[in-house]
Every structure is written in C-alpha cells, then in structure tokens.
Design a protein around this ligand. Sequence first.
Ligand code: UDP
Length: 417
Amino acid sequence: MTRVEPRIETGILSAYRALLGEESVRELTALAHGLRGRRMVMVNSTATGGGVAEILHRLVPMLTELGVPTSWEVLPAEARFHDITKRLHNALHGHGAPLTDADHEHYFAFTRQAAERLTLDGDIIMIHDPQPAGLAAYRRKPHQTWIWRCHIDLADAQPDALDFIMTRVAHHDAAVYSHATFVPRMTPGFLTPPSIDPFSPKNVELDDDRMHELLAPYGLPGDVPWVTQVSRFDRIKDPLGVIEAFRLARKREDAHLVLAGGSADDDPEGAAVLAEVRERAGGMSDVSVLALPSDAHQVINALQRRSTVIVQKSLREGFALTVSEALWKQRAVVASAVGGIPLQVVHERTGLLVRSVEGCALQLVRALRDRALRRRLGRAGHDHVRMNFLHTRELRDYLALALHLVRQLARAGQAHG
Ligand code: UDP
C-alpha cells in the first residue's frame, strides 16, 4: 500500500471562510479554476510523524475540495533506505558522515523500484523532501509538471550531500523552500513557508473538561506551571539541551518540564534518542518524558494549551510547525533562532528567541515570571500566525506556482507544435 487516505472530514473550506472571510477562499477558488481538469499527486516518505505528514493530511483534501483532485503517495518502507535517507538528512543539516557509493547505489535501486510501484499519473507531481527526490529521473512524463518541495534547512549542508540531492532536483521544473537562506547558491527557488490548520484535531479549541480528560492519564502535576517541548525524539530538536536549560531555570522559578513526542516511521534514530532523554531525566522529579503514539493529536493540543511556556530549542529547523501551533494557542514561546523559527518568532514581539542553553534558561525564567509579557506575546503570536501561517496561504502559493508552471509548459508545447 503506497496510497494514503487522509484522516479528514469535508467542508474545511467553509470553516476557513467563517474564520478569514469570503475573500480568502475566493482567491483559492479562482486559482484552482485555472488548473481545472488537472490532477495533483503529493509524494513523501511517511504517512505519520513529522510536519510533512501533518500538513498533507489537511492540504490533500483541501485541494480536492477546491476542484484539483489530489492524491497522496508514500514511498514503500524499507529499513536500509530509511537509514540512508536519515544520514542524508543529517548531512544536509551539516553533520554526520557522508554517504558512501554503496549508499548511493542502494538509493537509486530502491528509487527505481518505488517508481514502478507508485501511482504517479497526475499532471502536477509535488515531491516532498530528499527521500523521493530521485523519482523524477525514472517516472517523469513530458506532459507533467514536477515540483520539489524542500522542508529542511540546507544553509549548512555538506557539499557532497547537497550536490547529490541537487542533481536529483535538476529533473524537476521548480524547487520550493521555506526560507531564503535554504536556497542553494546558483540555483533557482521559490519561497513559501509551511502552515498549520486551526481546524485540525491538533489545533481545534478544547474546553477545560476535555483537556482534563485528555491529560489525566499522564499524571502531570496540577499545581506548577508547565514548560513543554513537543517534538519527535531527534537530536536536532536538542531535548538534552532543553533539560539542561530547564535545570538552570528551575533554580530560580518553580515549574515542571514536559518533553512530549513520538517517532516518525522513516526515522530510525528515534528509539535511541528517547532512551538518552529518559536516562538524562531519570531521577528528576520535575521532568516528565511522554512517548506518545503517532495519533495523539488532541493530547498534544491539550498539552500545548495547558502549558505556561512552550519551548522549541532546535539546533536546526526547517520551520517547526510546533511553534505556529503554540502561537496560534496564544502561548508564550521560547525558541532557538535557527532556520524557519525566526519567521514565526519575532523577538520580543511574538515570542523570545534564544541562542544558547543559558539564554534559553534566562528567557524561560522571564516568561514564567511575567504574566503580562506572556499575554502580550501570545496575542501578537496568534495574529502573526493568522496573517501568515495558515493553510490558505500555503495553498495559495502552491496553486499560483502550479498555474504558472502549467501555463509555461503549455506555451512551450505551442511553440514546439
Ligand atoms: N507531532 C506529533 N506527535 C509527536 C511529535 C510531533 O503529532 O509526537 C507533530 C507536531 O505537533 C507538529 C509535527 O508533528 O505538527 C512536527 O512538525 P515540525 O515542523 O515541528 O517538526 P518535524 O518533525 O517535521 O521536524
């Protein structure tokens, strides 16, 4: 099974209409009209865990509702391929060992086989991230438009890894990045950051009773403020750094740290990182480590809403949907000034940016102490997300790009015909 059926209800567009006004959806409908008769296919490497799956579960049905029938294909799962692509992912983030020739050969062999199994018969194919980037070389048809959508921070990529991936990307018509600093030198790129859905189970409003019901099984203390980081257990999210910063902050302010996360199907390192975190937190009664199942969306929603401060101390970050999720919920956010985070956290306006463990501790103390500051940041953060990081904006950017590329292809066809 490679096709994913998103967990979805219909009628999301009318919810957006009610939230943002008629114009926001009219604009999308007009763009979608220009693509009528065309089908879109999204391709990534996992249906659960991580931000890309989170987004596709909502964008795929929204596109279909707009009149651009869209399907979602996931690469078949294979341990060796996941191991190689995780190392490629790390190298693209600037650390770890480079891939070997044998790794490259396996990447190609696996991709060739996957290309035969996936249903890639749409008009616009959007490939997410490095794992499926090799497909275009094997499956591209002349009438198709292929877009590579990069969600990761390539600013410090190791040259070999970057060269490997950009050679695959060259088989696409366009590359899309979340931030200008991620666009590799001397290559063209379109920019659009990711986004969240206020109507998904992750973000929808919850009343106090429902929050209590969702959180009761975890036995978290009710009498101290919570500082929470929600993230896959990945070193790039620096969970050990969060514990260290919290330990320093805790000397000055009473609080409880919650590290909540699961793993992604395509991430082979999650279990080892979770074990490291558990070991480091062992014996600290003011730290809770919650290993959540991949469908714990409402639990995460409740955790974010119930926390006094949300922290995202990533070392590298494409975007961090978790930050927009927290800002939408009017939380005070303390987050690293890396990758796409500063797009969301404007220092002192929508949240607090940090660059070190000590800086993180300092800002945690400030946020824990100052209710008025939290309220001001939370309100401004919510407005910032509403203006910039909801799915309607990301969809508009994708539709506009697809329309531009499809028209370009049609013009080129006429010129040759
Ligand atoms: N998430 C989740 N369960 C977890 C950890 C994270 O559902 O155990 C969600 C989180 O709420 C967010 C997404 O997965 O919606 C993670 O996206 P982000 O961009 O923050 O990071 P990524 O995992 O893609 O690096």
